[in-house]
Write a protein that binds this ligand. Structure first.
Ligand code: HEM
Length: 461
């Protein structure tokens, strides 16, 4: 195992409360930052029970029970009211939000889009977007401070532009990004109100802005679909594939509404999460120059100093380990939520129908029983032997079971392609003494951004 220096211990982490918080403080903190309500027991125990007003919550950390909920007994659970209320208005009844047969046929219909040979075809667009980012960095005077979080949002949006909607213009991507932020901002309120049993009509701060944002997003999707019908292009982008997608069992294809909601699902699911993985990876590398140098050397050895291509990416084993470890410490989807459909028993726990089941991925990834020195950054945890020796259900950045992230391979290619491209020509350093604060808004973000200086750039190869 790599000798760990002081830089390998990171300050950017959640300080869990020692005990369950009293109800009022719990609700307040849940609105502010739900991940800060998880008590220390969630990082130590197999399960943890909590209740807010009338709402029963069960946190599941034990790998055997996680496997039951997500895999073996997946049909006994659904996404539930928190999910439907939080994301349903924007994403409708599409693949991420639907349950039962509605979900099943959509998953079957889009499966072929994510076949390896299709994803490989998208890799040049991923590399091109990262090269554009390097060009932006090169055009800045040395020492310029940037927000790498924003830069990565822009890079991953460029990738979407070229893979999901194949360069279709006529859409204001800044406004799109802002609308996604405005929509997600009050989701912690929705979570708290759902748990408190408040009816759906109860207003909350930011509701009007969120509604306007949602309407904007829907109009933008409808315009993209309309454009794709009138100008089909080469028919190989994800939108065209969605338009042609049919359920192999029933032959069902998507209605206009299905298309709108699934397109928005792919754009949002594939953009925000990706930008965060890269942001947190650059953060960790900035604090650990030894690891950073090893990644840089690996990329140079594979490419021989020439341009990066898809075939090099497959060989970047250490770079992939670094990304996996970044997703352990900062999983973009830090919480997976389910609701029990009926009364059942999970290990020693009786679970009543309607109980909210939390799979607190962030805490499982730092659980004291599953990880040695859990807060330390150590990519050797993802060497093949180490992975083999561990229970698969202690590492869940993409979930597990039938609802596992359909974009997992796409995401792994994209993260490796972007990191390898940028690291070969740019050096980024975190603003001295800056400690990012973690905030959960469906995804785990650095509140206040991630300020970094561009301290070195090389000309493109
Ligand atoms: C590092 C980046 C990503 C992370 C961490 C991530 C994480 C996840 C997780 C944890 C789930 C399961 C949610 C649950 O069980 O409730 C999920 C589902 C999903 N993800 Fe991703 N994702 C990423 C990238 C992507 C990309 C690039 C796409 C599409 C291009 C995508 C599309 C989806 C979709 C459509 C689902 C719903 C699948 C279903 O319910 O059948 N994701 N993602």
């Amino acid at each position: 195992m790599r000798a760990m220096g002081t830089t390998a211990v990171h300050s950017a982490r959640v300080q869990p409360p020692e005990q369950r918080l009293p109800t009022f403080r719990l609700l307040r903190r849940m609105i502010d930052n739900p991940v800060e309500t998880w008590p220390r027991a969630v990082y130590q125990e197999r399960v943890f029970r909590s209740r807010i007003l009338g709402c029963e919550m069960l946190y599941i950390m034990a790998p055997d029970l996680v496997r039951r909920v997500l895999v073996e007994d997946a049909d006994e659970f659904e996404k539930g009211e928190i999910f439907r209320r939080g994301l349903g208005p924007a994403l409708g009844d599409a693949i991420l939000t639907a349950d039962g047969s509605r979900w099943r046929w959509q998953r079957r219909a889009v499966a072929s889009i994510f076949r390896p040979e299709k994803i490989r075809g998208f890799v040049p667009a991923m590399i091109a977007a990262a090269e554009q980012t390097c060009d932006r960095f090169r055009s800045q005077p040395p020492g310029t401070e940037i927000d790498i979080g924003r830069e990565m949002m822009r890079t991953t949006l460029d990738i979407i532009l070229n893979t999901v909607v194949s360069g279709r213009r006529g859409i204001d991507w800044d406004l799109m990004q802002q609308s996604i932020d405005h929509y997600l901002e009050p989701t912690a309120w929705i979570m708290a109100l759902t748990m408190a049993g408040a009816p759906r009509w109860v207003p909350y701060p930011g509701i009007r802005r969120a509604r306007r944002a949602r309407e904007h997003l829907h109009r933008a999707m409808d315009a993209l679909i309309d454009d794709a019908r009138r100008n089909p292009g080469d028919g190989q982008d994800i939108l065209s594939l969605l338009m042609r997608a049919t359920d192999p069992e029933t032959g069902t294809s998507m209605t206009e509404m299905d298309l709108r909601y699934n397109l928005l699902t792919f754009i949002t699911a594939g953009h925000e999460t990706m930008a965060l993985v890269l942001t947190w990876t650059f953060y960790l590398l900035s604090l650990d120059p030894q690891v950073e140098e090893r990644v840089r050397r690996e990329v140079a050895a594979e490419t021989g100093g020439g341009p990066l291509r898809a075939e090099h990416i497959e060989a970047l084993a250490y770079t992939r380990q670094v990304i996996q470890e970044a997703m352990r410490l900062y999983p973009p989807a830090a919480l997976i939520v389910r609701e029990a459909r009926r009364d059942l028993r999970l290990g020693d726990e009786d679970v009543r129908a309607g109980t909210t089941v939390f799979i607190p991925v962030y805490a499982i990834h730092r659980h004291e029983a599953y990880w040695r020195k859990p807060d330390e950054f150590d990519p050797s945890r993802f060497e093949a032997d180490a992975i083999e020796a561990r229970d698969r259900y202690t590492y869940l950045p993409f979930g597990a079971g039938p609802r596992i992230c359909i974009g997992q391979s796409f995401a792994q290619w994209e993260a490796t392609a972007v990191l390898a491209t940028i690291i070969s020509s740019c050096r980024l350093r975190l603003r001295p003494d800056y400690i990012p604060e973690l905030r959960l808004r469906v995804t785990l973000r650095p509140a206040g951004g991630m300020p970094m200086r561009i301290t070195g750039v090389q000309d493109s190869v």
